[in-house]
Design a protein around this ligand. Structure first.
Ligand code: HAM
Length: 414
């Protein structure tokens, strides 16, 4: 679990701001759910035999004897809220997004943490391929807005109740031939939930999984049609993708379309999946809600920020002005001026420790202030001062009661 310190927080805020603004353009509204839910919610949705529920949840008993878990993901809590507040009665096509910490007891490495953060979106009420493409388009546009170009979209279809059982039989047949080589967990999965063998992290299991039959060959006609239409619409919108039958997603609630956004930057090491999602047409009903189809995604905010930091760009706003007091007698006037200018909307720094003019100017330099203004006896008497551009250029004369106006004309809005 990481501290995110000033310097990095600005990168996070930039991503969050960009996402909020962009998702708003797509008509998605923010939802905030608690960090803790009934354990049963995740068992019933993500699935008992998944790594997430079976091994990675922070589960505890509260004082009332209830089993609670820190949320390992955002889809199940959002669906719970959607059902609990009967949202489908008032809004048949509901578009939500969320942003916040999730918890998984995973082995730590670069880009994989026990408290991590997701930006996610969920759309309830449309079974149409256009809805699948809309949510993928949101991610594509977000990555573009962030300048992250080296990310590829991988898509797959996991079929539905009609065709998945046939695929499971074919898969089980393949896995049985290697059952003695599977890890202990996968021996259990083979019996209980064979699809989950395909996302086991064990090396030998992965080798066996890579030789398994492709799910795409087993799709029924309606699922095949849905998947073809998703691809046609992605083409129509101009979104590039690759069809990858290995995108199984590691969570049980998916039906039909699944997708992952995979980055090829070395900064992420093997934690290269920056986001994933898919359709889950049965989940809301299975949790006791109406029969409402849904599709969504979750993006790893920590991973996006790692990629952005690699770019080396500065995201925090710089200080507009540093006000220095040339002598002790000018400190009050300088301090009051700083206060007034902040009220007028400027980002102003003043060193409350006082100190020599030289040390104050050194700090102005270090902070990267755009301008510095020195207040001394002469400035107090005349009501005039010089705005000194810190990155070179001629000083600008300014009246002390017109600093905000002059600065605004001098600096471009940041
Ligand atoms: P997920 O693939 O489990 O999907 O997680 C989504 C993203 O969260 C991953 O692609 C990754 O970037 C990030 N992530 C996951 N675990 C960690 C970790 N331990 N440390 C850092 N980042 C991590 C879901 O959670 C689904 N709820 C997505 C979804 C929404 N499907 C439909 N709607």
């Amino acid at each position: 679990m990481n501290d995110i310190l000033p310097g990095d927080v600005e990168v996070w805020q930039h991503v969050e701001r960009t996402a909020r603004e962009l998702f708003g353009r797509f008509g998605y509204a923010e939802v905030r759910t608690p960090m803790v839910e009934d354990t049963a919610l995740f068992v019933r949705s993500v699935g008992e035999t998944t790594d997430i529920v079976g091994k990675e949840m922070y589960t505890f008993e509260d004082k009332g004897g209830r089993s609670l878990s820190l949320r390992p993901e955002g889809t199940a809590p959002a669906a719970r809220a959607y059902i609990e507040h009967s949202i489908s009665n008032s809004e048949p096509l509901t578009r939500w997004f969320y942003l916040g910490p999730m918890f998984r007891y995973e082995r730590m490495k670069t880009g994989r943490y026990r408290q991590f953060h997701q930006i996610g979106a969920e759309a309830y009420g449309s079974k149409e391929p256009a809805q699948d493409v809309e949510v993928m388009d949101m991610v594509v546009q977000l990555l573009q807005a962030l300048g992250l170009t080296d990310v590829s979209l991988n898509i797959n279809s996991l079929g539905d109740d009609a065709c998945r059982p046939a695929y499971q039989s074919r898969l089980v047949e393949h896995l049985r031939a290697h059952s003695s080589e599977l890890c202990a967990d996968c021996q259990v999965r083979l019996e209980k939930n064979p699809l989950r063998v395909l996302d086991c992290k064990n090396e030998r299991c992965q080798q066996i999984a890579s030789a398994a039959p492709s799910i795409l060959e087993s799709l029924c006609e309606p699922c095949r049609g849905h998947f073809a239409e998703v691809q046609r619409k992605l083409d129509a919108v101009g979104i590039k993708y690759v069809v990858n039958p290995r995108i199984m997603r590691g969570l049980d609630y998916y039906t039909r379309t699944t997708f992952e956004f995979i980055a090829s930057h070395p900064a992420l090491g093997t934690a290269s999946t920056v986001g994933g999602g898919g359709r889950y047409d049965k989940l809301v009903k299975s949790l006791g809600g109406p029969d409402v189809p849904a599709v969504g995604f979750g993006l790893g905010l920590d991973r996006l920020c790692l990629l952005l930091k690699e770019g080396g760009q500065q995201y925090g706003p710089s200080k507009d002005l540093f006000i220095a007091a040339a002598d002790e007698g000018s400190a009050d006037v300088a301090f009051a001026l700083a206060s007034r200018l902040r009220r007028e909307g400027l980002r102003v720094e003043f060193d409350t420790r006082g100190g020599s003019l030289k040390s104050q100017m050194k700090r102005a330099d270090k902070l990267g202030a755009t301008y510095a203004l020195v207040i001394g006896e002469a400035e107090r008497q005349s009501g005039q001062a010089q705005l000194k551009p810190m990155r070179g250029g001629d000083p600008v004369p300014v009246r002390l009661d017109e600093v905000a106006q002059t600065l605004r004309n001098a600096i471009k809005p940041s």
